[in-house]
Design a protein around this ligand. Structure first.
Ligand SMILES: C[S@@+](CC[C@H](N)C(=O)[O-])C[C@H]1O[C@@H](n2cnc3c(N)ncnc32)[C@H](O)[C@@H]1O
Length: 347
């Protein structure tokens, strides 16, 4: 059902600004104070949930625990950014109860659930972490955070191997409704940065390709690196990288979208119902890795199944834990999956 008041407010927001660059629209839709989807509405998982995630499964937390343990990081700090329902925190702390676990989330609504689990919880943004330089020693972790960072939608032209971002997505008002359209791209520093990445690493990208990429991603990665003393940053999400297993999957020309009840809905559906749905996009993980390397940090990409299988093999785990139905039922799903990508940054 369309929320008329929400549509009215968003039309005002768009009207005041004329046309709105897509990332500004997405930020308002998801995080506007008191109205935004993550501030007011979101329910993760369960019967009435808007979507579910890997982190809702106990096996996922056990796999992360094995990864942390095999890297000798148990007992060190664990900072989770964007912890959603708090279930990951709950499951993880069952394996490593003495961890100094801090969760921080931009959504007040979700931070309440994380606080209920115990341990420290803060409301705050990945792009502006409220911690001193080098004050977290151990792990910084986020699952499905990057795809909620508001993205720009770039349409790429590539004629005669000259990669150029010519236009990008905007939202405007059309006959009392919201519509997505392409207009000339705003050629600011972030666009130039992403364009130079494409020119260097994707010189053959097909003319007319569309890619979503968040201008706040570099800031978020640099904030994580700033607050980390020594340890690993582990970022997981749906996206793509230059692995052969991704070669035949169609990641370009993929506009932002949302999932509900197991089905995928288009951006047009989100625009009909401002503030009331999630909006997400696929992450260009090669770009995120390049950003981390540009800051001088070694970074590696994995498909999630390979990442987990590695650690499960290495550490073996605990027989009694493996045999728990809540854990064993998920093992195959996680070790065989290529759905998510893992970016591991070392400092
Ligand atoms: C898709 S949910 C994923 C939740 C959880 N990690 C999971 O996998 O179930 C995205 C989470 O990131 C949080 N979030 C989004 N943008 C954020 C930001 N800029 N800073 C901190 N948290 C953010 C949301 O409030 C939400 O908790």
């Amino acid at each position: 059902m369309v929320d008329a008041a929400g549509l009215e407010s968003m039309l005002d927001f768009v009207h005041v600004n004329g046309t709105v660059r897509f990332d500004k629209y997405m930020g308002e839709h998801l995080f506007s104070s008191g109205r935004g989807f993550y501030d007011k509405t979101v329910i993760i998982s369960g019967k009435n949930g808007h979507f579910t995630t890997y982190a809702e499964h106990p096996t996922f937390a056990y796999m992360i625990y094995l990864a942390v343990r095999s890297q000798g990081m148990l007992g060190k700090d664990f900072l989770e950014i964007g912890g959603g329902s708090g279930n990951f925190k709950l499951f993880y702390l069952q394996h490593a109860p003495s961890t100094r676990y801090i969760s921080i989330d931009a959504s007040q609504r979700l931070a309440v659930f994380q606080a209920d689990v115990g341990s420290d919880t803060l409301v705050g943004n990945a792009e502006n972490l409220p911690f001193a330089d080098g004050s977290i020693n151990g792990i910084i972790f986020a699952n499905e955070l990057l795809d909620e960072l508001s993205c720009r939608v770039f349409k790429i032209s590539n004629e005669g191997k000259h990669v150029h971002i010519g236009s990008e997505g905007y939202v405007l008002e059309k006959n009392g409704r919201l519509a997505f359209t392409y207009l000339p791209a705003e050629r600011n520093d972030f666009l130039l940065l992403y364009e130079s990445f494409l020119q260097r690493f994707r010189p053959n990208i097909i003319n007319g390709s569309v890619v979503c990429v968040s201008p706040t991603l570099p800031k978020a990665v640099s904030e994580m690196a700033r607050v980390l003393g020594r340890g690993k940053i582990i970022l997981m999400d749906y996206g793509f990288w230059d692995d052969p297993s991704h070669a035949n999957r169609k990641f370009y020309n993929d506009l932002p979208f949302f999932n509900l009840g197991g089905s995928r809905y288009t951006l047009d559906e989100a625009l009909k119902n401002p503030y009331e749905t999630d909006i997400t996009h696929r992450i260009d993980f090669e770009f995120a890795k390049w950003i981390a390397e540009g800051m001088g940090f070694p970074a590696r990409l994995f498909n999630i199944g390979d990442y987990f299988e590695n650690f499960a093999k290495l550490t073996g785990g605990d027989e009694r834990v493996w045999q728990r139905p809540s854990i064993s039922q998920g093992i195959w799903e996680f070790t065989a999956s290529i759905s998510e990508v893992v970016l591991e940054i070392t400092k």
